[in-house]
Design a protein around this ligand. Structure first.
Ligand SMILES: Cc1cc2nc3c(=O)[nH]c(=O)nc-3n(C[C@H](O)[C@H](O)[C@H](O)COP(=O)(O)OP(=O)(O)OC[C@H]3O[C@@H](n4cnc5c(N)ncnc54)[C@H](O)[C@@H]3O)c2cc1C
Length: 465
């Protein structure tokens, strides 16, 4: 007997497709479907579209407090921003950058930061090893599956400890793990890392920091992408509509929000799996999918932007880019507005540091950040005008920042984008390439839209080519 309030099969359809989640992935799905003439409704839990693309303002300027950078390889995302008429700007990189690693201070001007000669060689060796492992596991023969199961028992931290010849190399990969996954290497399966090397095409894209990621930014903040997509979808998007339950039957899907239900032929769930896990499904999800939703954990991150009268570090020929394995910030970037109205440094606190500093009062966090920045840029760093920040840890509608898989979970991953009857999966975590990034979100959204379009064609419900 149904435990849901009423029998939805008595209702007509509100739309052909209900998209659950109005982040970049869900909005991309809906945008592509609407372009094909499909009737869509997007249900978004928050009072704004965009999800992990979120900005904050200081003194009238908008700064990213979630996703920020567009990587050189992000072709689908770049195509989308171009279609939407959203301008991008190059990340400022001129001058000297700094790395504090394993109690040593390195400076660099070139794009790939150098460590000591021995550690640089060791880092290259580890990158090549990761690339070789990723290539050797592309075809799932019985031998490969056996190897996957063996390597999946190891954390990335354990493997680094066994494989690196220098402690500085371990420290390097630990720092980059925090930058990319917002998690500690001890939390992440080695197989997940190898899977991500495949998803990012080569280990250098994950573990050399620049030029992999921090290439361009959206003028006015990435939230603009969500706002612009939502404008295009205006009659089709409902905000403040968290989906609490989903019922599927032979003819369609019903999504239940607070006091309202939405009936469609198909559903696309564009949420991090850990968030989808909170939804009540009827019938219950197949065991493999349910287990997967429980096993993709979310990283922890706080993004803080400190604002200054002007980018004073540029006068000292500093780029405003810094990475540190001691923290609180693991990575800092110059995100000063192009208008030159003020200077701004974006500080990413990630992994264990995010758990620790997230539990401290705001004033303590600010004091610790200013102390770190002063150690790097001198006393002028203390003359900040203000700080805006966002702590993604435990936000109800994200449950953290970026998904990753712990050891012992690789056998569950194959169901990540397998539809369950009329339910299809989007969301950055469900992308097989550039997973966990904006590009991954667009990729998964485009894929889910294509899947649903195929079904609608098959059922003769879509005439348009
Ligand atoms: C601090 C931080 C920094 C990052 N930096 C970068 C970067 O520089 N470059 C990059 O490429 N990527 C970055 N990322 C990752 C990037 O933000 C994500 O990969 C991408 O935005 C995910 O989009 P999505 O649509 O898959 O998920 P989300 O953005 O999480 O969208 C899911 C949406 O679903 C909504 N929702 C949740 N539950 C429900 C429900 N029950 N019913 C209805 N709606 C619901 C949420 O409110 C949300 O809007 C960063 C992420 C964080 C947190």
């Amino acid at each position: 007997m149904s435990t849901l309030p009423f029998d939805p099969s008595q209702l007509g359809y509100n739309a052909d497709v209900v998209v659950i989640g109005g982040g970049l992935s869900g909005l991309t799905t809906a945008y592509r479907l609407v372009q094909k003439g499909v009737d869509v409704v997007v249900l978004e839990a928050r009072d704004r579209p965009g999800g992990r693309m979120a900005s904050g303002t200081f003194n009238g300027e908008s700064y990213d407090l979630g996703a920020q950078w567009i990587a050189p390889h992000a072709t689908q995302l770049r195509k989308l921003t171009h279609e939407l008429g959203i301008p991008l700007t190059m990340q400022y990189h001129d001058g000297v950058s700094d790395i504090y690693l394993h109690k040593k201070h390195h400076t660099f001007k070139q794009r790939v930061p150098m460590l000591s000669p021995a550690a640089t060689l060791d880092r290259g060796r580890i990158l090549r090893k990761l690339n070789r492992l990723a290539t050797s596991m592309q075809v799932p023969t019985n031998k490969v599956i056996e190897q996957i199961n063996t390597l999946d028992q190891m954390s990335f931290a354990w493997w680094l400890k066994q494989t690196c010849r220098h402690q500085a190399t371990v420290a390097w990969f630990t720092m980059l793990c925090r930058v990319h996954f917002h998690a500690e290497p001890s939390e992440i399966s080695l197989i997940y890392i190898i899977d991500q090397v495949q998803a990012f095409q080569k280990a250098e894209h994950l573990f050399l920091a620049r030029p992999a990621y921090q290439h361009e930014r959206v003028v006015g903040g990435t939230q603009r992408i969500g706002e612009r997509l939502a404008q295009h979808l205006r009659p089709h998007i409902t905000l403040d509509a968290p989906v609490l339950a989903i019922r599927q039957d032979d003819n369609g899907v019903t999504a239940y929000s607070r006091g309202a239900s939405f009936r469609a032929r198909f559903a696309v769930i564009a949420l991090p799996p850990a968030v989808a896990e909170q939804i009540y499904f009827e019938p219950h999800l197949p065991p493999g999918r349910d287990a997967l939703n429980q096993r993709i954990l979310m990283g922890r991150a706080i993004e803080a932007v400190l604002c200054y009268d002007y980018p004073f570090w540029r006068e000292h020929e500093k780029s405003g880019f810094m990475m540190s394995d001691e923290g609180p910030a693991v990575m800092v970037h110059d995100v000063s507005p192009a208008t030159n109205t003020e200077g701004a440094l974006a500080c990413l606190i990630a992994g264990n540091a995010a758990s620790h500093w997230g539990a401290q009062p705001r004033g303590e966090r600010l004091r610790a950040l200013v102390q770190q920045l002063s150690g790097w840029l001198g006393n002028e760093a203390g003359a900040y005008r203000g700080m805006i920040e966002r702590d993604w840890n435990g936000e109800r509608w994200n449950r953290g920042s970026i998904g990753f898989m712990p050891p012992g979970t690789s056998s569950f991953v194959h169901s990540i984008n397998m539809s369950v009857g009329r339910i299809h999966w989007a969301g950055s975590e469900a992308s097989s390439q550039w997973t966990g990034t904006l590009e991954g979100a667009v990729d998964a959204g485009e894929r889910a839209a294509a899947e649903v379009i195929t079904h609608l064609h098959e059922q003769g419900l879509l005439k348009q080519a």
